[in-house]
Design a protein around this ligand. Sequence first.
Ligand code: IPM
Ligand code: MN
Length: 356
Amino acid sequence: MELKIAVLAGDGIGPEIIEQAVKVSDAVAKKFNHRITWIPGLTGAAAIDAVGDPYPDKTHEICLNADAVLFGAVGHPKYDNDPSAKIRPEQGLLKMRKKLGLYANLRPTFTFPDLIDKSPLKRERIEGTDLIFLRELTGGIYFGEKGRLDGGNTAYDTCTYTRKEIKRIAKKGFELAMKRSKKLCCVDKANVLESSRLWRETVQIMEKDYPEVEVSYEFVDAVAMRLVQWPNSYDVLITENLFGDILTDEASVISGSMGLMPSASIGIETSLFEPIHGSYPQAEGKNIANPLATVLSAAMMFEDAFGLKKEAKCIRDAVNKSLSKGYVTEDLSNGGNSYKTSEVGDWLVSNILILK
Ligand code: IPM
Ligand code: MN
């Protein structure tokens, strides 16, 4: 297969971790006779510095013309500490999500047998956890009307959802549940919010079309609690943008390291794959960041964007092997031997090329 992939490395550790995912993808492509053309694009603080826009039109063109987008991370401390900054890297991310129509953000949380004791939660609570959030990504309070009144002394943000937007993401949720354990949890705050009542009403109607799927409706506060109590009781969860933002950070701790979790954003124009962690500016240029979340995002890309399951499995097998053999970066080494970002990438590459 000929694959054209846009690669947006972004800020902080973005370029270092992306480099490993590119190497690993190229190795898999070689092994399975595919050809990848990588088309780099600017984004985040790097793009602000270069052209004054965190998601320039040129980058958008590159994404539109690609079969998929591999994304690193954006964000820079100089913006975090300056609330008055007019242009911020995160705006680029939101603009990109909206313009590419990336409405369904898939964030899995699973445990790795070799790392189970790295989790702050007890082994017996988390063993067997394998859940996935579908976070709505282009609506809700992130994109609703917002502003200031009263000479700047009153501020408001509004959460708006249309039935169409809810149906679109819920459909993905039902389809995913059908492929997995046929369990779907609709997360909302329908006891308080009107937009949540529309979510619940819409999902309740759709439920009739998927009689095999067992749907539960739970309030977001209760989910936040049960997620750390009994994470392995969940499978597919669907939720609106802000709830999903918060709950997926919470869920990421279960696996033991934020440096491990990949994500996919399914879009109207194209799909995008990225680690769920941020740009980790403290580690920039040190070659110490864990590249595995990005490498696993590339695996998701092979499977979800191109339907290349064997290729995805090959990457996941190599990652599991690096974990069981302790070929890991310092965040996972427990004070034992640790390896550099690029060394982990090299190890994965040789493993993929050697394995039959
Ligand atoms: C995420 C991030 C973003 C979000 C920020 C950086 C705008 O936290 O992808 O979860 O809130 O969506
Ligand atoms: Mn977030």
